[in-house]
Ligand binder design. Sequence first.
Ligand code: NAD
Length: 293
Amino acid sequence: MILLDGKQTSAAIKVEIASAVTEIKKQGKRAPHLAAVLVGTNGASMTYVGAKVKACELVGFSSTLIDLPVETTEHELLVQIHALNENPEIDGFIVQLPLPKHIDEQKVLMAVHPDKDVDGFHPMNVGRMALDLPTFLSATPYGIMELLERYKVPTSGKHVVVIGRSHIVGRPMSILMSQKRPSGDATVTIAHSRTTNLEKLTLEADIIVAALGIPEFLTAEMVKPGAVIIDVGITRVVDESKKKGYRITGDVDFESISKIASYITPVPGGVGPMTIAMLLKNTLLACERHASK
Ligand code: NAD
């Protein structure tokens, strides 16, 4: 079994990005600048945004955190987004999800200018992705594709089962892996909460991408020996033995499946760190595009 080490791979990507930033600065240009908008005090969201800001510092990017109170209205948030769209000093920005219930998430994501949408969530960028056009790929699927590519995991002609059809993970993953591209050319089945006989599908899969958010859902009985396992899940499970009172658990029973898989991502240290690295990569791309205009 080969561990698809997202921590190590993302560190290598960050070194590449840092050296590109050094080059940009050498040419007398300003560093790429990422802004993050956080509404409210959701613990996991604060952790994610904090990690993104820290990663910016590490590679030499500028970063701005816009921390808004939970009672921020939809209108106030949209005003912030328009200001970021117009600000020439900001190359790209993200709005950390989930947003408080009184704010229409779709409306907010649509308001982000596609050229600054480094999360790749805007319909224009999702559409471009579906049509094989250059775009900002959403960071988690992009990170998985990069991981598969760097480890040279064979995907051409393989049967992939993606579990989960969310707009940010499952759906784009199913599209990317079916495309004619590196780490693509696969035959893809997308499964979801209404799928019947999931085990029959997963037992036939050469590659399984588990993105449903149910801790340790995928067990060894559901996996063909030699399969490639990508675990996207991140769930906080109560664990009194930990200082924080919880541990992070994936959607895969790593203990049993790692014994039969050919490749597997750990949680933590697999897909998670790759997501942040690809957000940085998208921001670098946004900066390069911005500078060439
Ligand atoms: P989501 O809740 O939006 O979607 C879950 C999907 O799973 C749905 O499409 C649903 O139909 C499907 N599903 C639910 N129960 C199922 C079942 N019993 N059988 C088959 N399918 C089922 O979730 P999401 O935003 O795609 O996130 C999924 C998981 O990935 C979560 O744990 C989330 O925290 C994690 N995540 C991790 C990263 C990362 O960087 N590693 C990024 C995004 C999300």
